[in-house]
Design a protein around this ligand. Structure first.
Ligand SMILES: *Cc1c(COP(=O)(O)O)cnc(C)c1O
Length: 380
């Protein structure tokens, strides 16, 4: 296959049909609520250029990015769908760019409200936007006192019809966390307070992926999943209801037979007492295979679980393959690094992080294979 040598390291397979199926599942679970798709950070590292058309074809009506730059990159791919920009407008030129391209800035504080309404005044045409109210994140989003100021002085948003009012849950992946109920109550209070600014066309939205699974109280008019679209488990600790999206496979580059005690890798951090076989695979922390997986993560060779021994290097990991029959563990053999029994969520546990960070760290050196009907072809 031409060019394959350039990707001797590893292959990342991304199933676009699984992403579309996950969107349909979440859309179904959300009942009457509209199901948007969060595609910030290059669709959580999976490639917005391929993911967004698959979601648009599935019928996704609204996309969210973090930045205007991300929004402009996907705009040619979304058809008639709306694009909300979480960071909002942070300068007059941001406002001009959103207006020129019909993006919906998410307004996070009164300064952004002012910047956007100034844009509406200068263009003389209505400029729809979204509003983000803070109910407990203390991150982006309008604090309650600012929201009440806005409710008292709706003229501040003159010319800016609200397509959505959203808030973000801090602990949605823990169904029993009392923070969820608190945030729900605060969101409902703000809904009543903000009624002078909203109308039939305003979609209220509280739920991220995990929030969809908290039940209909949390669905309002729109849900905003990201992680679950990409196969991460929205309810850690229970079986994952989402279809698997990614598979990462590396190749064995070399096998060493160890007969006497010997150290492996940087820092001589691991000692094999022998007899043992050690396989080296061409994936490392420069590819987003986190160094914290040293001595903790594992891979799959056929049905065998093979531990990562020694330190993860920039380009390489070392695996103890002593338990695997020799004929099945020669150089060139494929090793499953993510997928199947060892999901991105499982690797995250072994590297001390969350599946989100595993996905968004996935490296640029992998051969990326998009599969599924939505991919059209399986070429990389
Ligand atoms: C990232 C993000 C989401 C999506 O969250 P997931 O947990 O990935 O489903 C939704 N809303 C906001 C405001 C976000 O920043």
């Amino acid at each position: 296959m031409p060019g394959t040598h350039a990707h001797a390291g590893a292959t990342l397979t991304i199933d676009l049909d699984a992403i579309a199926a996950n969107w349909r599942q979440l859309d179904g679970r959300a009942g009457e609520a509209m199901c948007a798709a969060v595609v910030k950070a290059d669709a959580y590292g999976l490639g917005a250029a391929r993911v967004v058309p698959a979601l648009a074809a599935a019928g996704c009506p609204t996309f969210f990015t973090a930045t205007i730059h991300e929004a402009l990159a996907i705009q040619p791919l979304v058809g008639d769908a709306d694009i909300g920009v979480f960071f909002g407008v942070n300068s007059a030129s941001d406002a001009a760019a959103c207006a020129a391209h019909g993006l919906l800035p998410v307004l996070n504080h009164l300064g952004q409200v002012e910047a956007w309404s100034a844009q509406a005044r200068s263009t003389g045409t209505p400029q729809p936007a979204m509003l983000h109210v803070d109910t407990g994140m203390t991150r982006l989003g309008m604090p309650a006192d600012e929201a009440r100021t806005l409710a008292r002085e709706p003229a501040r948003l003159a010319g800016c019809p609200l397509a959505a009012v959203l808030s973000h849950l801090a602990c949605a992946e823990e169904a029993g966390n009392p923070m969820n109920r608190d945030q729900l109550a605060r969101f409902r209070d703000l809904r009543d307070a903000l009624s002078p600014l909203t109308g039939a066309g305003t979609h209220w939205s509280l739920a991220n992926s995990s929030g969809v699974f908290l039940g209909p109280d949390y669905h309002f008019g729109m849900v905003r999943p990201g992680a679950a679209l990409y196969g991460l488990n929205p309810q850690p600790g229970t079986p994952n209801p989402m279809a698997e999206v990614i598979r990462l496979q590396g190749k064995i580059l070399q096998v060493q037979h160890v007969d006497s005690p010997q150290t492996v890798g940087y820092g001589a951090a691991h000692v094999v007492t022998g007899p043992a076989r050690v396989a080296t695979v061409g994936v490392g922390y420069a590819d987003g295979y986190l160094r914290s997986g040293s001595g903790r993560a594992s891979a799959r060779l056929g049905e065998f679980t093979v531990p990562v021994i020694g330190r993860v290097s920039m380009d390489l990991i070392t695996l103890d393959i002593s338990a695997v029959p020799e004929h099945a563990s020669q150089p060139g053999a494929c090793v499953d690094l993510i997928g199947g029994a060892y999901s991105a969520d499982a690797l995250a546990v072994d590297t001390g992080t969350i599946g989100y960070e595993i996905l968004t760290s996935l490296g640029r050196r992998y051969r990326r294979r998009y599969v599924g009907d939505a991919a059209g072809s399986t070429a990389s």
